[in-house]
Design a binder for this molecule. Structure first.
Ligand code: SF4
Length: 348
């Protein structure tokens, strides 16, 4: 019988996911269906289902988008040719790439232009890795953190740069970084690690959970890289840890001899899934928060969406309202709502 749930803080939606979900909510509110989205807006099955029900069609090729349709590009970042194709094909294209992924794209472009050979530590085939490597494919070697650098042999060891997918396990990244520094003393790497604040904060919190709980449940989808990293970090620190999408993925045998169950969630997992999992665990003594850090990051809506909605607002006001110029509009109020509310509005 489970006595208590320890609930990690921070967990769940990061600022990039908040921004992307709210941006796609705007799109389905403003445009008649279907609205197209290149790749899953975020890697979470529940979120994707909510948007599909609201009229979003997710595609893996811009060729599948009809000419003139509204299209959004996912939070993971897209290859430059995808962004260009989407912009030329659609009437309104909104790129919901997270600014922290954009930072890594920029590093790849600038280091490639400066003649560096670039090691990109990431997971082959992941949307973020595909989009980032495409910035300079001939200059980048993708290295899986589990395989390490053994096969990497640069032509000039004094001109090597090391960048990373934002959602890696910190311990995996640190081991590649130490190896690269040992082999290439003049290695260039970003002053602040490419692993984003949400990745590192959630991993710090799950480390504490792993030390305090008998079993750790990580809410999130299998396609979510940062969710899978949370499972690996918890296991690395001695806990039995399992990824669950929803209550029906919990195997009762996991909890048979667990008095304390730790619960956390990947950066794309909605709070509704976390609450459903806690309800299914049904701790006799209730839920305690295990707070490791607090987050206040906020990313404003993508520039294309801001420009489009501002133009729309101005047109409506000019036509039908007697509003005084300069009165706050919907975008001025963006901090007052969140992605959880957006999903609720859409019936999720
Ligand atoms: S996990 Fe990090 S990089 Fe990915 S969307 Fe969230 S804040 Fe951005």
């Amino acid at each position: 019988m489970v006595e208590r749930v320890l609930l990690a803080e921070p967990r769940g939606f990061c600022a990039g996911v908040e921004m992307a979900i709210k941006a796609l909510t705007w799109m389905v509110r403003v445009f008649p269906p279907p609205v197209y989205c290149f790749h899953e807006i975020v890697h979470n099955a529940t979120v994707v289902e909510v948007f599909e029900r609201a009229g979003v069609v997710f595609v893996d090729s811009i060729d599948d988008v009809p000419e003139g349709a509204a299209i959004m590009l996912s939070a993971h970042g897209s290859a430059p040719e995808v962004v260009a194709a989407a912009a030329s094909r659609s009437a309104v294209m909104v790129d919901a790439v997270c600014p922290l992924v954009t930072k890594v794209h920029h590093e790849v472009r600038s280091k490639a232009a400066a003649g560096f050979e670039i090691i990109y530590v990431g997971h082959e085939g992941h949307d973020e890795a595909v989009g980032t490597v495409a910035e300079a494919p001939s200059a980048v070697t993708l290295v899986d953190p589990e395989r390490g650098l053994a096969d990497f042999a640069p032509s000039d060891p004094s001109r090597v740069a090391l960048v990373a997918q934002t959602t890696l396990g910190v311990f995996e990244w640190e081991s590649v970084l130490a190896d690269a520094r040992g082999r290439f003393p003049e290695l260039w790497t970003a002053r602040r690690s490419d692993l984003c604040y949400a990745t590192t904060n959630r991993q710090e919190a799950v480390r504490e959970l792993a030390l305090a709980a008998d079993v750790v449940l990580v809410v999130g989808s299998e396609t979510s890289s940062n969710t899978m990293a949370l499972v690996r970090v918890a296991r690395e620190h001695g806990a039995a840890a399992y990824r669950v999408d929803a209550p029906d993925s919990i195997d009762p045998a996991w909890l048979e001899s667990a008095a304390t169950v730790g619960v956390t969630a990947g950066a794309s997992a909605p709070d509704s899934s976390v609450r459903a999992v806690i309800e299914a665990v049904n701790p006799s003594g209730g839920v305690e928060i295990l707070s490791v850090s607090r987050e206040s990051e906020y990313f404003p809506p993508p520039p294309q969406l801001r420009a489009f909605l501002s133009a729309l607002q101005a047109a409506v006001e000019a036509g039908v309202s007697a509003r005084h110029p300069g009165r706050p509009g919907p975008l001025d109020d963006d901090r007052s709502w969140g992605a959880t509310e957006a999903l609720r509005m859409l019936g999720g």
